[in-house]
Design a binder for this molecule. Structure first.
Ligand code: MG
Length: 204
């Protein structure tokens, strides 16, 4: 399986990092080895002094497809989860300055938190109005709503499937809202999707 990630999909987060607003989705991939195993803590990697959490709505693909029109994209997923796209911001900044790829900053082991539970989309209502939050040590740190996405889930699927065949079990991280911040040892990161706690991660 592969993890397809969308960057710069919420204007408040684009503003906080002073990035340009994209005309089409910003896309990158993470390998399956980046998934943090369940019940494991997240270890801050030795090569970074500035790892940020990015909480994101995650879509799990349930059938194979290529060149999917957004009108039919909803047939390619039936469950939604929540994750963290951990980002070594200092490493990413150096890559960006040199125009280099971001994998070292985003695709290292443990850099992808995926909730164990996914929620059936029928139980979530309008997927274009989904609320989600990240609490750091019980303080609200990120609060998002999918209504603020520049590209919604179906538009993302249309776009990425032009380039990559989507396969069963592939995950799409749909971008983070504002509020990203550095994680420190002993932080506890809790993810909420549509009012339900869906993961809790300890940082080491
Ligand atoms: Mg991200």
């Amino acid at each position: 399986m592969k993890i397809i990630c969308i960057g710069r999909n919420y204007s408040d987060h684009i503003a906080e990092l002073q990035n340009e607003r994209p005309e089409e989705p910003v896309v990158f991939l993470k390998p399956d080895t980046s998934i943090l195993l369940h019940k494991q803590p997240f270890f801050i990697p030795s090569f970074s002094n500035d790892v940020h959490h990015e909480v994101e709505v995650v879509v799990r693909i349930n059938r194979i497809g290529k060149h999917i029109d957004k009108k039919f994209a909803h047939k390619y997923y039936d469950e939604i989860g929540l994750g963290i796209d951990f980002t070594a911001r200092d490493v990413q900044q150096r890559c960006k300055e040199k125009g280099l790829p971001w994998e070292k900053a985003k695709s290292f082991d443990g850099a992808s938190v995926v909730s164990r539970d996914f929620i059936k989309k029928e139980d979530l209502g309008d997927l274009n109005k989904l609320s989600f939050e990240l609490y750091k040590n019980d303080t609200l740190q990120q609060s998002g709503n999918t209504s603020h996405m520049l590209f919604n889930i179906d538009e993302i699927i249309e776009h990425v499937s032009k380039y990559f065949t989507l396969k069963i079990g592939d995950l799409i991280f749909t971008g983070t809202p504002a509020g990203v911040s550095k994680v420190e040892e002993n932080d506890v990161l809790k993810g909420m999707l549509s009012g339900r706690e869906i993961f809790s991660i300890k940082v080491k």
